[in-house]
Design a protein around this ligand. Structure first.
Ligand code: GLV
Length: 332
């Protein structure tokens, strides 16, 4: 006897994801994928989200009142495939009893690896070296060719000692560095001990660090956190590393500080108006990356799996493991 077919909840996924998460999503839902190579244009997102029960989206999609209006009353959950969720108006979702989830915990180590990739690249002038080596213009070795600055034994300053900041700090031991940090909430004593991390006010971190690495989420209180006054506190020999979110740094102030030689350089994975990059940042003492912090195949797959698991749990009447607004569950 044929079973009665029950229609599956409808999902719009703004990316095809990777094989495993895609398979899991397809088992449980009727999925409409954006399959384009580029990110979907906004009108396309607004059109395709209409009437869907769930939205699986990336940090490039702005989930605001306009999108929620376009989605209509069916939308029950927005699953961001990112740990940062500054692209989502969570309170607007909460008002409409829409659950919001992110992907914490799976990208900390990978993002910390990339922070060190940038830090080492800027300190040891890797990008300049690569450019010279492949240009065909490297004609002879010389004693003072592309001398950078030592990393080992220096002071690493971390602003924001969350999970990613901690993973970055943990790696500093191998370089025999001193680790200092500022965070709005001071880490427990055992964490400070494990990381050999010294807590101090943000200004002291800026003044003392040879490398200042940013690991705060983008919120109203961290937007523009590093501006002219903060950059002026840094050593002239220090480098700024940003793998958090672009708008945490006032990009015009950073360009100005670099122009004036007030800091030695920067290594940036994120930008104020991503993917636009200020022309003033295209210089030898800045390493630029196109937002690759969590971009390993393993981690991006894990992130997508978590997003999918959040949606599956929700429609099974369970608490999604990474729900940001659990109060909406109590209203059902
Ligand atoms: C990446 O930037 C993320 O927030 O996951």
């Amino acid at each position: 006897m044929r079973g009665v077919s029950v229609s599956k909840p409808k999902v719009f996924s703004t990316h095809v994801l990777f094989d495993d998460p895609r398979r899991r999503l397809a088992e449980h839902f009727d999925v409409d994928y954006w399959t384009g190579e580029e990110r979907p244009p906004r009108p396309e997102v607004l059109k395709r989200v209409a009437g869907k029960d769930a939205l699986v989206c990336l940090l490039t999609e702005r989930v605001d009142q306009e999108l929620l209006d376009a989605a209509g009353p069916a939308l029950r959950i927005v699953a961001n495939v990112a740990v940062g969720y500054d692209n989502i108006d969570v309170s607007a979702c909460t008002e409409r009893s829409i659950a919001v989830t992110n992907t914490p915990g799976v990208l900390d180590e990978t993002t910390a690896d990339f922070t060190w990739t940038l830090l080492l690249a800027i300190a040891r002038r890797l990008v300049e070296g690569d450019r010279l080596a492949r240009s065909g213009e490297w004609l002879q070795w010389n004693f003072d060719l592309l001398c950078g600055t030592d990393v080992w034994g220096k002071t690493l300053g971390i602003i924001g000692l969350g999970q990613i900041g901690r993973a970055v700090a943990r790696r500093a031991a191998g370089f025999r560095m001193r680790v200092i940090y500022y965070s709005t909430t001071r880490a427990p004593a055992e964490v400070e001990k494990e990381l050999h991390a010294e807590y101090m006010e943000q200004d002291r971190v800026l003044e003392q660090a040879d490398f200042v690495s940013l690991h705060v989420p983008l919120r109203a209180d961290t937007r523009g956190l590093i501006g002219p006054a903060e950059l002026a506190k840094m050593k002239r020999t220090a480098f700024l590393i940003n793998t958090a979110r672009g708008p945490v740094v006032q990009e015009a102030a950073l360009v100005d500080a670099l122009d004036q030689g007030r800091i030695a350089g920067a290594a940036l994975d994120v930008f104020e108006r991503e993917p636009l990059i200020s022309d003033g940042l295209r210089r030898d003492n800045v390493v630029l990356a196109p937002h690759l912090g969590s971009a390993s195949l393993e981690t991006r797959t894990r992130m997508a799996i978590i997003a999918v698991e959040n949606v599956i749990a929700f429609f099974n009447g369970k608490r999604p493991p990474a729900i940001l607004n659990p109060e909406v569950l109590r209203r059902k």
